[in-house]
Design a protein around this ligand. Structure first.
Ligand code: F0G
Length: 353
């Protein structure tokens, strides 16, 4: 069997690289497309999860980062900068480490999950905590890149979207066709824009019959695209998508409209319920933001808005281990079930006796 070579070598002709571009890779991409019996039953169709938490740093960001860091390194960059709710910084710092670039990270103070912070620190980053949210961090990151010799690798860098579009290719390569509907969470709106590029390119070159509808979901407390106006103080338990003024807003609206899809909002309770159900029914542990697409599909199905018989793919964007604090909050049984080391006590605690 041939080993997976990472998204640049697997999809080189589709990406803005040439033979001089150094390939900075951790073997990203090639993630599982897992059939969900639970969700298939709910929508009376065929639902698959694209499990992007299985990427090297635990999120879909690695697809864009292998491309952006390789191109930046090829252009002679010495330092790279990003604003992040945590996953972009985890990914950027890993690829920067491999490329020998200095990573500069701007994050909202005290508002990113601990696992992601640990990743950036271990990859050797200067982590700068900003008094403000992601939107302010992105302004700073753009400002630094404008005035100093550092390359910006947020998704406003078009190379990022080029790398991320490879997830669409993989879905079609595995399914043998485009899905009818693709569902995913929306934060800064880069990923939905990237998927649309990928789905369109495969359709335009005849590798797929058509394109899916794209359904994106924001958290209700951070849903500027749904509301049609920036949200000055976005709030949601899903820290990864706590964003009030997405950089790729226009591209996301185009993806929605050209695909005949929709961008909706889901409440935090729906997100957390979907996260728990994915873990306990499907064995797939995702971080809260990653469950927003599943939550949105469930809500649509409940409203009778999903016609039966469709092939549906859902991107679950990041690994649950990144944010164990949220996963454990409110789980009283973990502390309540302390017992002595005794078989009878264990049997009773386990509900066996
Ligand atoms: N899911 C996760 C786990 C994310 O980390 C992000 C974005 C999204 C969904 C939304 O993707 O921004 O392309 O619409 N995280 C960015 C970050 C903002 O800094 O890690 P998007």
């Amino acid at each position: 069997a041939q080993l997976w070579r990472g998204v640049i070598e697997e999809y080189r002709e589709w990406l803005p690289v040439d033979e001089h571009t150094p390939v900075i890779t951790l073997g990203e991409g090639g993630t599982p497309l897992v059939h969900s019996a639970w969700l298939s039953g709910v929508v009376r169709g065929d639902v698959f999860l694209k499990v992007e938490g299985d990427n090297p740093t635990g999120s879909f960001k690695d697809r864009g980062m292998t491309a952006a860091i390789s191109v930046a390194a090829g252009e002679g960059a010495k330092a790279v900068v990003c604003a992040s709710t945590g996953n972009t910084s985890a990914s950027m710092t890993a690829y920067a480490a491999r490329a020998g670039l200095t990573p500069i990270v701007l994050v909202p103070h005290g508002r990113i999950a601990a696992g992601k912070m640990a990743q950036a620190v271990m990859h050797g980053a200067e982590v700068i905590q900003v008094r403000g949210g992601f939107d302010e961090c992105l302004q700073l990151s753009r400002g630094l890149a404008d005035e100093y010799p550092v390359a910006l690798v947020n998704s406003v860098n078009p190379v990022r979207l080029q790398g991320q579009k490879t997830a669409s290719f993989e879905i079609i390569d595995v399914l043998g066709k485009a899905p009818d509907l693709h569902v995913l969470p929306v934060g800064n709106a880069g990923n939905i824009s990237a998927y649309w590029i990928g789905f369109r390119e495969y359709a335009e070159t005849g590798l797929a019959d058509g394109t899916p509808q794209l359904w994106g979901f924001q958290a209700a407390g951070a849903a500027p695209i749904v509301q049609g106006a920036p949200v000055p103080h976005p709030e949601t338990v899903a820290s990864a998508i706590r964003i009030g003024n997405p950089a790729s807003w226009k591209l996301a609206e185009a993806a929605r409209d050209e695909s005949g899809g929709r961008i909706g909002a889901v409440e935090d309770e729906q997100i957390l319920a979907a996260q728990r159900d994915l873990g306990s029914r499907e064995g797939v542990f995702v971080e809260p933001a990653s469950a927003a697409g599943v939550a949105g599909l469930l809500a649509a199905a409940e409203n009778g808005e999903v016609e039966p018989g469709l092939t549906i793919t859902i991107t679950v964007t990041g690994h649950g281990l990144k944010d164990t604090e949220t996963a454990l909050s409110g789980v009283d049984s973990v502390v309540d079930s302390v017992i002595d080391a005794d078989v009878d006590a264990a049997a009773s605690a386990a509900g066996l006796a």
